[in-house]
Every structure is written in structure tokens, then in C-alpha cells.
Design a protein around this ligand. Structure first.
Ligand code: HEC
Length: 154
């Protein structure tokens, strides 16, 4: 009897550990392409929030050094690339709508425009592109997050 209980507890622990270490969805779908591994709020926290804070810090004053211009360029490129992760989210039904794709494309384009504008080194132009980018973050939040959307500040 005791052995049975021990075996049963052991099996439960093994199943629990396995279910944490191997996400089912990785095997349930064709993994030879992009698949969502974490939920969208985690994508936002891990990639968008972190990269946005880095970019925002560089945008607070006109760069004087090459490394500061590069900081804006790299930050915007990272954030633009991160938008690609939004094309294949599936934790909410609205992520399969045309509206979601349209706002993702708009966000990606406006973020890339920040990076592209760095070349001319005109800070007022870069700032206006950056404002448009922040608007695109908020446009998606307002569309899909109900009454209390996440507000991104410049
Ligand atoms: C195409 C839609 C879309 C775009 C574009 C978008 N977001 Fe989001 N964001 C979301 C959604 C949806 C959530 C809420 C996810 C949830 O709670 O399930 C979210 C949540 C967040 C959060 C809160 C994360 C948390 O802690 O839960 C942050 C921060 C954030 N977004 C930053 C940004 C920034 C910065 C940009 C622009 C550079 C951006 N987002 C662009 C859809 C978008």
C-alpha cells in the first residue's frame, strides 16, 4: 500500500515537472516555423517594454555622440523586429482578426521609420517619427484592451 502511494506521488511529481519543462504546444504543432511559446502580455513585457525603455532613454535629449545615435537606431530596429512576433499570437481570438494584423503592420512600419530617420541626424524629424510610433502602440492597446488600456508615454 505504502509503495503504491509513493509511486503515485512520484508519478504526479514527474508529470508536473514534465508539463512545465516541455510545453505541449511545441509538439502539438508543426515546429518548423514560428509558433507562440509565451502569452502576448509576456511578449509585451519581455520584448516591447524592455526595448521601449532603452529607446525612450536615448530619446530624452538630442544625441551628441555616435553611440547615442546608434542607441536610437538599434533600439528602434529591435522594437520593429519584435512586432513580427505579433503576427502569430493566438491567446485571444481578436489576434486572428484583420484589425490585429493592420495594427501590427502599422506599428512595425512606424517603428522602422524611427530607425530609418536616424541616418539624416535631424533630431526634430526623429522625434516626430518617435511620437507616431508611440501613437501606434497606444492605438492597438486602445483597440483591444477594453476600458483600461496600457498607456505608453513618450
Ligand atoms: C498589434 C497590437 C499591439 C501593438 C502594436 C503594441 N501592443 Fe503592447 N500590448 C498589446 C496587448 C494586446 C497587450 C495586453 C496583453 C494582455 O494583457 O494579454 C499589450 C500590453 C502591453 C504592455 C503591458 C505588458 C504587461 O506587463 O502585461 C506593455 C508595456 C506594452 N504593451 C508595450 C507596448 C509598446 C511599447 C508598443 C509599441 C512600441 C506596443 N506595446 C505595441 C498589443 C499591442
Amino acid at each position: 500500500m505504502k509503495m503504491k502511494i509513493v509511486a503515485c506521488i512520484g508519478a504526479t511529481i514527474a508529470v508536473t515537472i514534465l508539463s512545465f519543462s516541455t510545453p505541449d504546444r511545441l509538439f502539438a504543432q508543426d515546429s518548423r516555423g514560428p509558433i507562440p511559446l509565451v502569452e502576448t502580455h509576456e511578449v509585451m513585457e519581455l520584448f516591447f517594454e524592455h526595448e521601449f525603455e532603452t529607446l525612450k532613454a536615448f530619446m530624452q535629449k538630442e544625441p551628441t555622440k555616435r553611440s547615442e545615435w546608434k542607441g536610437i537606431f538599434n533600439g528602434a530596429n529591435e522594437l520593429a523586429e519584435a512586432h513580427n512576433l505579433l503576427f502569430f499570437r493566438d491567446d485571444e481570438e481578436y489576434m486572428e482578426t484583420d484589425e490585429w494584423i493592420t495594427l501590427t503592420v502599422a506599428g512595425r512600419d512606424s517603428t522602422l521609420a524611427v530607425a530609418t530617420s536616424v541616418k539624416a541626424r535631424d533630431f526634430s524629424v526623429i522625434k516626430s517619427k518617435y511620437s507616431a510610433m508611440v501613437k501606434s502602440c497606444n492605438a492597438c492597446h486602445e483597440e483591444f484592451q477594453g476600458d483600461e488600456p496600457e498607456v505608453i508615454e513618450e
